[in-house]
Design a protein around this ligand. Structure first.
Ligand code: GTP
Length: 329
C-alpha cells in the first residue's frame, strides 16, 4: 500500500513553501506530488523546484464538485504509470487548494473501488499561518475543517509573529484539535517528514482537553459553533453495538462531526482498540499494544460543529446501555 499524505491549509498559509522544503529531504526522494489548485491556471508548480514526471497538476474550477473525480483520476494515472514501470514512487503527497475541505479527498481514497486497494491514508498535514490563522479560524469554516482533520500541524510564518500570538494560537489549536501534533516552520524538514504517517493516532492527554470550547463562526451561523469534547466510559464496550451506534451517529450527524478519535476497552479484548475518522469516514480500527496512562478506560474525543455534545453523550449511554459515561470537562 502506498501512503497518500494530504497537505492542506488555508490560502497563502505556506503549503507550497513547506512542500518545496520537504521535497529536499531524502525521505521524500521518491514522492509523487499532486497539486490541486483553485482557478484556471495553476501557478504553484512553477514554484516547486522539482518539476519532473512525478509532479502532476490538477486544475479544478470548483473544488467541491470536481475534487473527488480529479484526485481519483490523477491517482489512477499515477498507479498505472507505476505498474507499467514508467515512474517510480513510494508515497504520494496531494497539495489541496487553500479553500478545500480535506474530507472529500480522504473519502475518495477510502471508498474508491480501485484506489482503496493500492493507496492508504498517509495522514493529513495542515499548515497554519501564525500571523493570520486566528482571524481565519473565526471567519472561515474551511480553516477550522482543515485544522480539525489534521494529524500534524505545521505552524508557518512563526518568524513574523510575536511569541504571545504564537502561544495564543497554539492554545486555539489544542482546543480545536487536541490530538494533532504541532510542529513549526523552524523544525527541520526531516523531523516533519519522519512524522508524516499517522499510524495510531495519538489521543490527547486528559488534562489537555478543556471541556467545551465555544467558537463563533460567522460563516456557519450556528449558535453552537465548534465544540471539542470528550467522553470517558469505565465499563467495557460491546464492539458490535459500538459499530452500529457510530454508523447511525455518522449517518445522521456526519456533516457536523469534523473529527473523532477514541481508544476503546472492548469486551473480550485485552488490548485497547483505537478508532478514528473524519466526518462520515471511519478509518480501520487499530489494536494498540498498551493502555495509555495504564488505565483501562475508554475515551473518545469529538470535534463538533453546531451539535450539542450532551446529545452525543446521551445517545451513546442509552444505545450502549452504559452507566458510567461521562463528559470530561
Ligand atoms: N516569512 C515567512 N514567509 C512564508 C513562510 N511560509 C510561506 N511564506 C510566504 O507566504 C506566501 C504564501 O506561501 P505559499 O507557500 O505560496 O502558500 P500556499 O499555502 O501554497 O498558498 P496558496 O496555494 O495560494 O493557498 C509566500 O510569499 C511565501 O514566501 C514562512 O514560514 N515565513
Amino acid at each position: 500500500m502506498i501512503p497518500v499524505t494530504l497537505l492542506t491549509g488555508f490560502l497563502g498559509s505556506g503549503k507550497t513553501t513547506l512542500l518545496q522544503r520537504l521535497l529536499t529531504d531524502p525521505g521524500m526522494a521518491r514522492a509523487a506530488v499532486l497539486i490541486n489548485e483553485f482557478g484556471e491556471v495553476g501557478l504553484d508548480h512553477h514554484l516547486l523546484d522539482r518539476i519532473d514526471d512525478n509532479v502532476v497538476l490538477m486544475k479544478s474550477g470548483c473544488i467541491c464538485c470536481t475534487v473527488r473525480g480529479e484526485v481519483a483520476d490523477a491517482l489512477m494515472n499515477l498507479h498505472s504509470l507505476l505498474t507499467r514501470g514508467e515512474i517510480d514512487f513510494d508515497r504520494v503527497v496531494i497539495e489541496t487548494t487553500g479553500l478545500a475541505d480535506p474530507y472529500p479527498v480522504l473519502q475518495t481514497l477510502r471508498a474508491h473501488p480501485v484506489l482503496r486497494s493500492h493507496f492508504d491514508n498517509g495522514g493529513v498535514l495542515t499548515t497554519v499561518d501564525a500571523v493570520n490563522a486566528t482571524r481565519q479560524v473565526e471567519h472561515r469554516a474551511e480553516a477550522v475543517r482543515q485544522i480539525a482533520a489534521a494529524d500534524r500541524i505545521v505552524l508557518t510564518k512563526t518568524d513574523l509573529a510575536e511569541d504571545g500570538e504564537i502561544a495564543a494560537l497554539r492554545a486555539t489549536l489544542s482546543r480545536l484539535n487536541p490530538s494533532a501534533r504541532v510542529l513549526t516552520n523552524m523544525d527541520a524538514a526531516d523531523a516533519i517528514v519522519r512524522d508524516l504517517d499517522p499510524g495510531v493516532p495519538p489521543l490527547p492527554e486528559a488534562e489537555k482537553i478543556d471541556g467545551h470550547h465555544h467558537h463563533h463562526d460567522h460563516d456557519l451561523n450556528e449558535d453552537l459553533g465548534v465544540v471539542t469534547f470528550s467522553l470517558t466510559v469505565e465499563e467495557n464496550v460491546d464492539w458490535t453495538d459500538f459499530g452500529i451506534w457510530l454508523t447511525l451517529l455518522l449517518h445522521r450527524y456526519g456533516d457536523r462531526i469534523f473529527r473523532f478519535k477514541g481508544i476503546l476497552a472492548i469486551a473480550g479484548e485485552e488490548r485497547p482498540v483505537a478508532v478514528h475518522g473524519v466526518q462520515h469516514l471511519v478509518h480501520a480500527p487499530v489494536h494498540m499494544e498498551h493502555w495509555p496512562e495504564g488505565a483501562r478506560v475508554s475515551r473518545m474525543v469529538f470535534i463538533l460543529e453546531g451539535l450539542d455534545p450532551e446529545r452525543i453523550r446521551r445517545s451513546f449511554a442509552a444505545f450502549m446501555r452504559l452507566k458510567s459515561v461521562k463528559a470530561v470537562a
